[in-house]
Design a protein around this ligand. Sequence first.
Ligand SMILES: Nc1ncnc2c1ncn2[C@@H]1O[C@H](COP(=O)(O)OP(=O)(O)OP(=O)(O)O)[C@@H](O)[C@H]1O
Ligand SMILES: [Mg+2]
Length: 278
Amino acid sequence: MQQLVASESPRLAPTIADLERQFAVQPPAVVAARGLTRTYGKGDATVHALRDVDVDIAEGRLTAVMGPSGSGKSTLMHILAGLDRPDGGQVTIAGTEITQLKEKKLTQLRRDKIGFIFQSFNLLATLTADENIVLPLSLARRRADEAWRRGVIEAVGLTDRLTHRPAELSGGQQQRVAVARALINRPAVLFADEPTGNLDSRTGGEVLNLLRRSVDEFGQTVIMVTHDAGAASIADRVVFLKDGRIVQDRQRMTRDEIYDTIKNLEDRPARDGEGSPR
Ligand SMILES: Nc1ncnc2c1ncn2[C@@H]1O[C@H](COP(=O)(O)OP(=O)(O)OP(=O)(O)O)[C@@H](O)[C@H]1O
Ligand SMILES: [Mg+2]
């Protein structure tokens, strides 16, 4: 344990994140990526979706990923979640290096350790809300831990909608089913790619609130892509991508700070080898 020294920060009540920074204490990384590259196409048509990306995702934190369209956010999420493989580099999830895993082991790891929420909900139309929620367990032929299942369903506020099929639910309710489905197996990491992209601001706010609560109340680790500065301001950390590179990586930002950063990134022309924007 490091010795505490008087803080020189003018702020009276430092946050845990402040103290961690001050004493260089990092919560363990659940996801660690080194030297990730991913290209699409060949020759003149080559797209460098990711260029040498290193990132560690701390346990029990909400990390937002932002960046202009085409900057590589979804590519990064898919690779970190083991849904796609990089051309180069490594990804470790909860201690397992996944880039070399055979397909069967990778599928197993995804099932056990990963939750994923998509912009388009991705629910099965023929299943009820309840069946959709427990689908990851049904596929693994496992039974739900009843107390956890009830807790998750209550947390997402779907207790009275369990027998409804997706077509009988609002967009916000469908996304809440998707959040519950992603949480049902207590994943080591929950990935959300623009989870509020198809929702109006109120229902989007409910889904964000839910993700934040899963971090604060269940200690869930969440990585979320968003284009919305307000949504990203609920995160503990915001990582900005541009042209396949991480160009900024900051702790707790206000909506205005995020908005300015994004605007700055979008305004500046892309150049190879550029660092952080001014
Ligand atoms: N399957 C693919 N084939 C060819 N190019 C692709 C493919 N998937 C992504 N790309 C390209 O890789 C780059 C990064 O794409 P990605 O989907 O990761 O961006 P993004 O940051 O998620 O964008 P958005 O905000 O629009 O969702 C883009 O230039 C995209 O056109
Ligand atoms: Mg995307």
